[in-house]
Design a protein around this ligand. Structure first.
Ligand code: PGA
Length: 230
């Protein structure tokens, strides 16, 4: 079955030359791949010419106006992009994004015709079921049914993200949260948290529709192995 494999490059690489080179390697490698592959790159790389599907990692909640330094969903859409990550735990942590902000961003993104990839997940020591239920309720508040189903939900236990501990969330444990999300929504659900070419299969086998891959997507050859093993 066709899966959604999303690379999250975060603020990497710091040179455009390298970004272009890595995209070329991935571009060559994904020919004849049945999965949907999306590379979420920093804004400045969104206009690189490639046949790959590029996505953004964030956006603002207004479409235009006096908001110095912000990039709007309409601008991203105008570049030909379809996808944008919203509410990643690093944005919640370093930029103070609350569920209310995430909710506004989701609405603006959907209004602009983009597909949001909503990240939810508990921090170390938190009650996962409680956090996920609350995030879903607040983040999706007031979004109409026809828009709601477009959202891809990424379950990312924060403590399992490679750069914030990289703890191991077993596919069995992740599945429990997937089931909880499924009870509340009808959306595609992907998994994120230190996924690499060695374990991608076990998360997909557990029933996830795909994966959000950070660290392992920074090496284009490893990312190609992730896709091949999916
Ligand atoms: P990771 O990152 O694969 O490096 O854990 C995933 C993410 O932060 O989206």
């Amino acid at each position: 079955m066709k899966k959604i494999i999303i690379a999250n490059w975060k603020a990497n690489p710091c040179l455009a030359k390298r970004a272009k080179k890595d995209l070329k390697i991935i571009e060559k490698g994904v020919k004849r791949i049945k999965h949907e592959v999306i590379i979420c790159v920093p804004f400045v790389y969104l206009s690189i010419k490639t046949s790959l599907e590029l996505g953004a990692q964030n956006c603002f909640w207004e479409q235009e106006g006096p908001y110095t330094g912000e990039v709007s969903p309409k601008m991203i859409k105008d570049l030909g992009c379809k996808y944008v990550i919203i509410g990643h735990s690093e944005r919640r942590k370093y930029f103070g994004e609350t569920d209310q902000i995430v909710n506004k961003k989701l609405k603006a993104t959907l209004k602009a015709g983009l597909i949001p990839i909503l990240c939810i997940g508990e921090k170390s020591g938190e009650n996962a079921r409680k956090v996920i239920s609350e995030q879903l309720k607040k983040d999706l508040k007031g979004i109409i049914k026809k828009d709601l189903k477009k959202i891809i939900i990424a379950y990312e236990p924060v403590w399992a993200i490679s750069t914030s501990g990289g703890g191991f969330c077993s596919p069995k444990k992740a599945k429990k949260m997937m089931d909880l999300i499924k009870k509340n929504t009808n959306n595609k659900i992907i998994y994120g948290g230190s996924v690499d070419s060695g374990d991608i299969h076990s998360y997909l086998n557990a029933g996830f529709d795909g994966a959000l891959v950070g660290g392992a997507s920074l090496d284009p050859r490893e990312f190609l192995r992730v896709i091949k093993n999916a």
